[in-house]
Design a protein around this ligand. Structure first.
Ligand SMILES: Nc1ncnc2c1ncn2[C@@H]1O[C@H](COP(=O)(O)OP(=O)(O)O)[C@@H](O)[C@H]1O
Ligand SMILES: O=P(O)(O)OC[C@H](O)CO
Length: 500
């Protein structure tokens, strides 16, 4: 094949990225831009889907301009994205009927309560592998249908389409020709039956969502369609890989065998373990999800979803304004030897795995007159590691596999202090690969495999290279004491939401 590059589009919670990879999986160029976060009221989070499209298009154009490549040298495009964020749009005008409701948004807590009161929790759990929580797309679509004027009638007439951001971007890139998603993304909607691999009529009825709005569900690696030249700088390039960002990271980390796991530290923190063709019914607050559909079958994963990780560092920067940039957190945290008993529980969007408390709210405990900015910053960084310990414990209990080392990736793993503390508090080595943009890499791999740019998972697995292994340096007694403090702090944050 004469083509030289794969382009990955990584539509994250806070920014859009476009990254070019060459045949040796090297990054040739990156363009990235943040977009607006909309917080209409406490606990609500929205994005403007039109802004996401223009930002994503902008970074594609910027990447091509700065690398000066010929777009015809792009073999295919892979798309990965923040997963459960939901948009509904009019297929005739292309206009969203409402802002996209972000995965972190808690507005559908009451809808979830109602589904539980109707005794449907177990049905959802068995069919989707998920818990009934405001996190997932299903209750968000229902909210739009129930609360935006005229939308239910228009949907029932067949004029409206539902999508997560992969579906929306593909629809835009193909100028409205293709309305698809892949298995991994469908498995996050609360509407998809992960055993029978179909949209589930009983769940759609429970949520009152018309099936006509839903995208076709396809494997994670195949050609879905080509970009419309008007929407891709005059070029028609195959779109050939799609996966949710956490599943894409699992793929990019070459976790191809059952028992292999990775943890991604981005806006949130998501630990996934490949379980092959086995569906685990978690007894410890984890989710079962589809890892990918590939080579004619789907494979599954166990997942521990932590809602707020790097976003807590962003809050120190943008909310408290005690940091200028996220990487400075390492410098300030390093100014103190420990947090002096301070714990920060970043339950800004409730608590995900393994607690699943939609009404939890953030807490800082253990403050004294001697507490400084450095202690708070350190406690916030350490909260990423404690939350990871919570889900690793659950994963080991469910899978009965003791992890020998944890593969990590995502923006926050550049922080050496955090990685060392992570190894210390887990008592397990932490392996950071050379490429930490593993999410985009996974999407690129899926797109490259579909068009013969790369030939096999085995070939890709050989490319994984270690940057640094962080070894545990903490005594068991100290670890147990610190973790005990964390567990107490978590109880302080739970069930905190105050009535309007
Ligand atoms: N050196 C660092 N130390 C701690 N956190 C960091 C550092 N660099 C980036 N982050 C955090 O990582 C997140 C960005 O990671 P990224 O993988 O790009 O996330 P996403 O894909 O969710 O947008 C931000 O929330 C930021 O606060
Ligand atoms: O934006 P990220 O990378 O933290 O990922 C968000 C997740 O996909 C939410 O499920």
């Amino acid at each position: 094949m004469s083509k030289k590059f794969i382009m990955a589009l990584d539509q994250g919670t806070t920014s859009c990225r476009a990254i070019l990879f060459d045949k040796d999986s090297n990054i040739v160029g990156v363009a990235q831009k943040e977009f607006t976060q909309i917080y209409p009221k406490a606990g609500w989070v929205e994005h403007d889907a039109e802004e996401i499209w223009s930002t994503q298009f902008g970074v594609i154009a910027e990447l091509i301009a700065k690398t000066q490549i010929n777009p015809e040298d792009i073999a295919s495009i892979g798309i990965t994205k923040q997963r459960e964020t939901t948009v509904v749009w009019d297929k005739n005008t292309g206009k969203p009927v409402y802002n996209a409701i972000v995965w972190q948004c808690r507005r559908t807590t009451a809808i979830c309560d109602e589904l539980k009161a109707r005794g449907l929790e177990e049905t959802f759990r068995t069919k989707t592998g998920l818990v009934v929580d405001a996190y997932f797309s299903g209750t968000k679509v229902k909210w739009i249908m129930d609360n935006v004027e005229g939308v239910r009638e228009r949907a029932e007439k067949g004029d409206l389409l539902f999508g997560t951001m992969d579906t929306w971007l593909i629809w835009k890139l193909t100028a409205g020709k293709v309305h698809v998603t892949d298995y991994s993304n469908a498995s996050r909607t609360l509407m998809y039956n992960i055993r029978e691999l179909k949209w589930d009529a009983e769940l759609l009825e429970a949520l009152n969502v018309p099936a006509s709005m839903l995208p076709e569900v396809r494997p994670s690696s195949e050609v879905y369609g080509c970009t419309a030249p008007d929407n891709f700088l005059g070029h028609s390039i195959p779109i050939a890989g799609v996966a949710g960002d956490q599943q894409a990271a699992l793929f990019g980390q070459a976790c191809y065998e059952p028992g292999m796991a990775k943890n991604t530290y981005g806006t949130g923190c998501f630990m996934l373990m490949n379980t092959g063709d086995k569906l685990f019914d978690s007894k410890n607050g984890l989710l079962t999800t589809i890892a990918w559909g590939l080579d004619g079958k789907v494979e599954y994963a166990l997942e521990g979803s932590i809602f707020i990780a790097g976003a807590a560092i962003q809050w120190l920067r943008d909310g408290l304004k005690i940091l200028e940039a996220a990487p400075d957190s390492e410098y300030f945290a390093g100014k103190v030897k420990d947090t002096d008993g301070v714990y920060m529980v970043p339950a800004f969007a409730g608590l995900g795995a393994p607690y699943w408390d939609m009404r939890a709210r953030g807490a800082i405990v253990g403050l004294t007159r001697g507490t400084t900015k450095a202690h708070i910053i350190r406690a916030t960084l350490e909260s990423l590691a404690y939350q990871t310990k919570d889900v690793l414990g659950a994963m080991e209990a469910d899978s009965e596999i003791k992890l020998q080392a944890l593969k990590v990736d995502g923006g926050a793993v550049a922080n050496n202090l955090l990685m060392q503390f992570q190894a210390d508090i887990l008592g397990v080595p932490v392996d950071r690969p050379q490429v930490i943009e593993t999410t985009a890499l996974g999407a690129a791999y899926l797109a490259g495999l579909a068009v013969g740019f790369w030939t096999s998972k085995e070939e890709l697995a050989k490319r994984w290279k270690l940057d640094n292994r962080f070894e545990n340096e903490m005594a068991e007694e100290k670890r147990a004491k610190l973790y005990g403090g964390w567990k107490r702090a978590v109880t302080r944050s739970m069930d905190w939401e105050l009535e309007d």
